[in-house]
Design a protein around this ligand. Sequence first.
Ligand code: AKB
Length: 355
Amino acid sequence: MEQSTLGERRKPAVFITGAGGEVGHGLISSLSREGNLDIVATDLRDVEQTLREQCSETYLADVCDRDALDRLLAMYQVKEIYHLAAVLSTRAELAPEVAHQVNVNGTVNILQIAAEQGRMYGEPVKVVFPSSIAAYGFGSLTQKTEVGAVSEYEHCKPSTMYGCNKLYCEHLGRYYAHSYRQLAQDSVQGKDKNRGVVDFRCVRYPGLISAETVPTGGTSDFVPEMIHAAARGEKYKCFVREDTRIPFMTMPEAIDATLQLAAASRHDLTQIVYNIASFSPSAGEVAQLVKTYFPGADITFEPDERRQAIVDSWPEFLDCSVATNDWGFKPTYTLEQAFEDYLVPRIIKQYESIL
Ligand code: AKB
């Protein structure tokens, strides 16, 4: 085992960025239940106490600050990285260059760290990267509805900074996995120390719905916002039309699928990027279901033209067949089951202590 800069043995660890976000919450709970490796988690903001307790260490760190990342990782042998830190689609349109800095430069830092650690230990570092349906882009609503389900490599013309960032980082991940420093001296002299040092795997998430947390800064937020507002007894003005349809899944399904991809044998993976999703309801269909469980729900539709245009550029349905064939992806819930078995019981329990 390598020595750290402090002369101690480096501890094998799984490293999580953006740990305090919605996906981080679920992922840390699942990884800590598995208990295979020490969890080292970072975020820009303080990570809440319940999450901290499930990690070996948590640090305040910016993924754009390469020196800070190097300092804290000097104590660890990083085996796997879940790179969750990102500025989401709505927030990214308010500060596109900041989003680029975090979403792209932060990802390059993570990929470089993975490559360095992979070379140092002579074994690949797994980098699991959540991409998004924002990587797609349709020119018109007519095209979106005509096309129906999309597979991973078609209609990738994102119209948002976030979508461009995600798509580009998918390509960067492929580059670090297969072609990193392909002309460097240590690559051309027969012993290719760079090849295979990064094992990059990527899921394209649809909109995610958690019973525990409410997202901020995304454009698919209308569904989770609508459900949580009803559970809190608050009015909700939905910022897209009733007929707006994009794919969604629940947070536990997203976490399970992410861990399933991470655990898959390299040999079974025929792609770097995989679509995953469970159901594709319209905003109106979600509102109807919300009203059956929360009869007092007050939901109105007041589309915001610009956010609507973003959602209209995303597909209605995803073709997830390659994820199913390669590593066994299977949705747990239909929309109705998600409400009945997961969302409603958990949300009611969560708010009953507060309301
Ligand atoms: C967003 O709305 O930005 C995200 C996403 C669809 O990736 N939830």
